[in-house]
Design a protein around this ligand. Structure first.
Ligand code: ASP
Length: 336
């Protein structure tokens, strides 16, 4: 895809505005998404479906992702459709430096994407280190639904995507290339995540029928070694869903999450009776107790099958978007 054909900020905002229209969102919600001042904070999602549907997504971009998810629900979609629609919106935003097109490349200047999804029946799909395909979570869903496998990586994942009708796209935007060139001047290989800035999107959704699904999509740690894969596409690490219990997702330094099988742990703690908030706190404590966390951030987000939610991170700065029929909030996670 040529640079001029790449989705730009304006088309992204246009898409948000029309999604807001579908959902009956007041202009304030759209304005907030695009950074304008909020005059009057009122919640205005119109009841297009029955009560109960709930979405939580990591970071600020979770607000617009959740709107896309609810739009899919209003068209008759399932929790998994909500997840895919939410992921797509963020993956195709060329301005975002950590998900989909526009994601920062590895140290060799190559953008590689990781994503996974899981539904309430325990089905799971994943792609890792995939190049040139703009919608990795949709490819992961196809792996789940159309192959006997859970995970495809690298060239095999790309081949499968192309065979499935996805287009080959240059994912390295000018903005990301310039950032990489600036990094190349010093070329310091420090795969240490910036505590304030890592924006993988993890998304958890409960639909009107009480089905739970989850997804996670990322370009991974910036300037990583070529071939490095983090937690985000690893079932049990970056995401885990048990339809009878709850779902959890992670953001932050993937190596710390993988070493403690974080999202699986959060769900197992909920199975044992913990509230999602307490489960996230306990899983974060597991990391704090097992490694030096002064230079790394991890945040967990969880939603149980009754719609209760919680989030906790090692350091401050982690937030998540909560959307239900009655409310739309950006919530600061607890930390420590
Ligand atoms: N968890 C992701 C990874 O390690 C990074 C992130 O959350 O931004 O690849």
């Amino acid at each position: 895809m040529s640079q001029s054909n790449k989705p730009n900020r304006r088309s992204f905002i246009g898409k948000l505005a029309s999604l807001g229209g579908v959902l009956g969102l007041a202009p304030f919600a759209i304005n907030r998404m695009i950074g304008a001042e909020i005059a009057k904070p009122v919640n205005t999602i119109t009841p297009l479906d029955k009560p109960g549907a709930t979405m939580v997504s990591t970071w600020n971009h979770g607000i617009q992702a959740n709107i896309a998810g609810f739009s899919a629900l209003s068209k008759g979609g399932t929790a998994l459709d909500m997840i895919e629609a939410a992921a797509k919106l963020v993956e195709e935003d060329a301005e975002g430096l950590s998900v989909g097109i526009g994601g920062l490349p590895d140290r060799d200047g190559i953008v590689t994407l990781d994503a996974c999804c899981m539904d309430h029946t325990g089905q799971a799909g994943s792609v890792a280190a995939m190049q040139d395909i703009m919608y990795p979570l949709s490819v992961a869903r196809k792996v789940m639904e159309e192959t006997p496998h859970v995970m495809l990586v690298g060239e095999g994942a790309k081949m499968f995507a192309l065979e499935s009708g996805f287009k080959s796209t240059d994912l390295l935007t000018e903005k990301a290339r310039e950032a990489w060139l600036r990094w190349m001047e010093k070329h310091e290989y420090k795969p240490v995540i910036n505590i304030e800035n890592h924006d993988t999107i993890g998304i958890l959704a409960l639909d009107n029928e009480g089905r739970l699904s989850g997804g996670c999509t990322t370009s991974g740690v910036a300037y990583k070694m070529h071939g490095r894969v983090g937690d985000s596409p690893i079932i049990g690490a970056g995401l885990f869903v048990d339809g009878a219990v709850g779902a959890a997702t992670a953001t932050g330094l993937g190596e710390a999450v993988m070493r403690t099988v974080g999202s699986f742990l959060v769900v197992e703690l909920m199975r044992g009776g913990l509230h999602p908030q307490a489960a996230c706190e306990t899983a974060v404590k597991r990391i704090i107790d097992s490694m030096d966390v002064s230079n790394l951030q991890v945040g967990y987000l969880a939603l149980d099958k009754t719609g209760r939610h919680g989030a906790h991170a090692i350091h401050s700065g982690f937030n998540y978007a909560l959307t239900t029929l009655k409310t739309e909030n950006l919530i600061d996670a607890t930390h420590g």
